[in-house]
Design a protein around this ligand. Structure first.
Ligand SMILES: *Cc1c(COP(=O)(O)O)cnc(C)c1O
Length: 372
């Protein structure tokens, strides 16, 4: 018997990757950072590889080493690296590393010496996001230093890359401007005498809507998990995550009863209340108070009152509800249940945040479609 669970359909991940892979002539890096967007990094990675992914992408060195520790040997890129990390462990494990500054490059050179083999580097240019990446002004110096380190046999420049601002709004002019800056950056790469095998720029949105940005490798994340980066479109993807719980307790209360902390909800009539054992410690946003949608007894309902740390309440009116009944917060939508998109809409965020919140919580994750 389970009380609450996050179910992850690995077949959905396989199919989504296979669909994305067949839509491009480029190689595909499945992004499995942040515990696979809450789906479980290693099971998601294995399913993505089954579906045809060629690479895996993560943020931290620890995530990359976690993939290697699980016995995964495909190319892995890690790109969020603060100073002072044991990068030589990554180099020794054959992890590709993102580089955006001269000081990072110096650290990678040192790490290569310590590991006794050349670090595999992906030089990142900031084409307009103003987040990671070297500015266009700093780009030539980074390229020259990297070219020199490569000529010395200390590092290997495997890739050149950047990241989009606005690809989730197809037709936004920023995307074209960034693409133009990327092309300029690539011309400078050539002038510096570098011929990296991989040029990459496309996230899920660009993978789905802008084939002219695919270059040699695409880096979809959210689409791998079956969610669309573009509002109102599904692209035939199938959401992999379902979050559900069983009603813990039911009771009949009188009209005018205040419900949950702060009494932000009051019953209009005599009502059956259902207490659901999931709260913000489990990933349910507290912002879903009086707004989060669920399915119970074949009907859509809305959370009544505050979401607490561990539980929330549903006003079920006169509907018969019983302890043990299943409450689905979100799933693929195939059985009429809300989706992560419905939750995002209800609480003013994006589907990415909804699924990621359920990673690493105390709710057990259960996998469908596991392969030996
Ligand atoms: C997270 C991330 C991605 C994947 O983005 P999605 O929008 O989830 O497809 C790709 N590249 C980088 C650099 C990222 O940080």
């Amino acid at each position: 018997m389970w009380q609450a669970e996050v179910r992850v359909d690995l077949d959905a991940i396989r199919e989504n990757v296979s669909r994305l892979r067949s839509g491009t002539g480029a190689e595909l890096m499945a992004v499995v950072k942040a515990d696979g967007y809450g789906h479980g990094m290693v099971p998601a990675a294995r399913a993505a590889l089954d579906g045809g992914a060629d690479w895996l992408g993560v943020c931290t060195l620890d995530e990359a080493l976690g993939l290697r520790a699980a016995g995964i040997t495909v190319p892995v890129l890690a790109w969020l690296l603060a100073p002072g990390l044991p990068l030589h462990e990554g180099v020794a494990a054959g992890v590709d590393l993102g580089v955006a500054s001269l000081s990072q490059l110096d650290e990678m050179i040192e790490a290569s010496r310590r590991a006794g083999r050349p670090a595999r580097l992906h030089l990142k240019i900031d084409t307009g996001l103003s987040r990671g990446g070297a500015t266009v002004a700093d780009w030539p110096a980074l390229l020259d230093a990297a070219a020199k380190a490569q000529a010395d046999g200390v590092v290997e420049v495997v890739g050149v890359w950047s990241h989009f601002v606005y690809a989730d709004m197809p037709g936004h002019p920023t995307t074209d401007r960034q693409l133009a800056v990327f092309h300029e950056g690539l011309a400078m790469v050539e002038r510096a005498g570098l011929r990296p095998r991989y040029r990459h720029l496309a996230n899920s949105a660009a993978t789905l809507t802008r084939p002219d940005t695919h270059f040699d490798l695409v880096r979809p994340g959210i689409a791998v998990y079956g969610l669309s980066p573009v509002a109102g479109e599904t692209y035939g993807l199938r959401p992999a995550m379902t979050a559900r719980a069983r009603v813990m307790l039911t009771k009949r209360v009188a009209a005018g009863s205040g419900v949950s902390y702060g009494h932000t909800y009051t019953t209009e009539r005599d009502a059956n209340l259902a207490v659901v054992p999931l709260g913000y410690a489990d990933g349910v946003p507290r912002h879903a108070s009086n707004s989060g949608p669920v399915q119970l007894g074949g009907r859509r309902r809305t959370i009544s009152g505050r979401v607490c740390m561990d539980q929330f309440v549903l006003d079920c009116g006169d509907d018969p509800v019983a302890a043990g009944d299943v409450v689905t917060l979100f799933g693929s939508g195939a059985d009429g249940e809300p989706t992560a998109d419905d939750w995002a809409e209800a609480v003013g965020t994006i589907n990415y945040e909804i699924v990621t919140r359920f990673g690493g919580s105390r709710v057990p994750r259960v996998y469908d479609g596991e392969r030996p």
